[in-house]
Ligand binder design. Structure first.
Ligand code: SAM
Length: 250
């Protein structure tokens, strides 16, 4: 899968793209991430990408021309499935959105700065706007990296067994179960006995129960759309009953 990211700070991408799962996926040819300097698509001596806001007020706005030129150059001779504008006003980027994008072949991501981008870019160039959450960061680079990372780890072959995505939180709409590693006892803190028992059926059931009980406690909203198997539905029914009893006692 190919990503083209357009930014005025291309060096911000060196570290995150140069380590870990994303670096390996790039080296193996699973992901192709190209970072473009927006200033390369300017025509003036100062390579200016921004200007004052029509109507007045503080803050600068990205001009439309360089962004249009950048996307047109990326599009030349190849198909682009989506042109994403990173924006706090966009649809929230979730694991489902990451899965949707991971099925695409070629995605362009535009990183805003300052007050954002001239709205004609949104009207005529962008196919979707994505937000990483209800807060404002200084630029679209961190959101773009969040999107690239979350999508790349879903590409077949990107993540090895030791980092399997199958049990990740949100994979099936549930939070992940708790993980432990050696030593079995650390400063009087013990790993749950079931995990040391070697009883795989018991461990599997314990993990399901823990994932469900965490989701119920921390993110009950996820349970509305979670894909549960019959065993999980039964465990959830028991957990809800227990909770009902607890609340009844309060
Ligand atoms: N004035 C804009 C607003 O209130 O909608 C915020 C501009 S913000 C300082 C500059 C850029 O950072 C945005 O154009 C966008 O690319 C990026 N950005 C900031 N917060 C974001 C978020 N939560 N999700 C995605 N992109 C974000």
């Amino acid at each position: 899968m190919r990503f083209d990211v357009v930014t005025i700070f291309p060096r911000l991408f060196d570290g995150p793209l140069g380590e870990g799962i994303v670096r390996r996926a790039i080296e193996r040819g699973i992901a192709d991430v190209r970072v473009h300097d927006l200033r390369d698509y300017t025509a003036d001596r100062h390579r200016s990408v921004d200007d004052v806001s029509y109507g007045g007020g503080p803050g600068m706005v990205f001009k439309p021309e360089p962004l249009f030129k950048a996307v047109e150059a990326i599009r030349a001779g190849c198909e682009v499935d989506a042109v994403i504008l990173t924006s706090p006003q966009g649809r929230t980027f979730t694991q489902r959105e990451a899965e949707r994008l991971a099925a695409m072949r070629h995605v362009v991501v535009l990183c805003g700065r300052y007050e954002g981008v001239d709205d004609r870019v949104r009207e005529a160039l962008v196919t979707e706007e994505l937000s990483i959450g209800d807060y404002v960061v200084s630029g679209g680079e961190l959101p773009a990296l969040v999107i690239v990372d979350a999508v790349v780890r879903l590409l077949p072959g990107a993540v090895g067994d030791e980092e399997s995505v199958e049990v990740d939180s949100f994979n099936r709409g549930l939070l992940d179960f708790p993980h432990y590693t050696r030593p079995a006892e650390f400063r009087d803190l013990r790993v749950p006995a079931v995990l040391l028992s070697g009883n795989h059926a018991e461990i599997r059931r314990w993990r399901k129960r823990e994932a469900l009980s965490r989701t119920l406690a921390l993110r009950p909203d996820l349970l509305r759309t979670a894909e549960l198997d019959s065993e999980e539905r039964e465990i959830l029914r028991v957990l809800l009953n227990e909770r009902g009893v607890e609340h009844g006692r309060d």
